[in-house]
Design a protein around this ligand. Structure first.
Ligand SMILES: CC(C)(COP(=O)(O)OP(=O)(O)OC[C@H]1O[C@@H](n2cnc3c(N)ncnc32)[C@H](O)[C@@H]1OP(=O)(O)O)[C@@H](O)C(=O)NCCC(=O)NCCS
Length: 159
């Protein structure tokens, strides 16, 4: 599990059933309010839940109006098969389907090449280096920032 968790910004570790229950309660509340903040990723063939994609208000303190953040993970056996490129692309479309969304952002650790390649594959732009102003389990605050504007998404969708 550390293989997955070490790259994530806001998660408890060790992760217990109580953490999972609290997470689902929070996500159900967001969904009931009409703004889902988490989408499960499941295999089309068996409906097996293999990971998830979050779409939530940015964790950074200086976010502007109309900005939302994407984050994701997959169980280790499902890496490297194109699943997250497909899932993240679909969730980006859901994000821009919300009329108020102007910009979708993401952050990765400097050495999380797999995640950076997902973001490049789905068309996010490198927006430079930064520092996290929120917790990171690995204790390394340096990040690469990523973004896609509504205009960039519309241009990609129509090409
Ligand atoms: C990041 C993660 C979701 C990637 O999911 P995935 O389904 O394996 O990614 P994909 O198969 O869609 O690959 C997307 C691209 O990244 C590349 N890639 C995947 N794993 C890679 C790796 N370990 N090193 C380098 N490139 C990698 C793929 O070749 C592909 O490139 P292409 O589109 O040019 O062919 C998965 O590794 C994961 O869950 N990691 C732990 C949690 C995490 O890091 N979350 C993100 C935090 S910012």
């Amino acid at each position: 599990m550390w293989d997955v968790v070490r790259w994530l910004t806001v998660i408890d570790y060790p992760y217990t059933m109580r953490h999972a229950e609290e997470f689902y309660a929070d996500m159900e509340l967001a969904m009931a309010c009409g703004e889902p903040q988490f989408y499960g990723a499941a295999l089309k063939t068996s409906n097996l839940l293999i990971g998830g994609v979050g779409l939530h208000p940015p964790r950074a303190g200086n976010a502007s109006e109309g900005e939302i953040e994407i984050g994701y993970w997959l169980g280790r056996p499902y890496w490297g098969r194109g699943f997250m490129s497909e899932a993240a692309r679909a969730v980006i479309s859901l994000g821009f389907a919300r009329k108020t969304t102007r910009l979708i952002v993401a952050t990765t650790a400097l050495d999380n090449v797999a995640s950076q390649n997902v973001l490049l594959t789905i068309g996010m732009q490198n927006a430079g280096l930064g520092l996290r102003d929120y917790s990171a389990l690995r204790g390394d605050d340096r990040i690469v920032k990523w973004q896609m504007t509504r205009e960039e998404w519309e241009a990609r969708s129509s090409s």
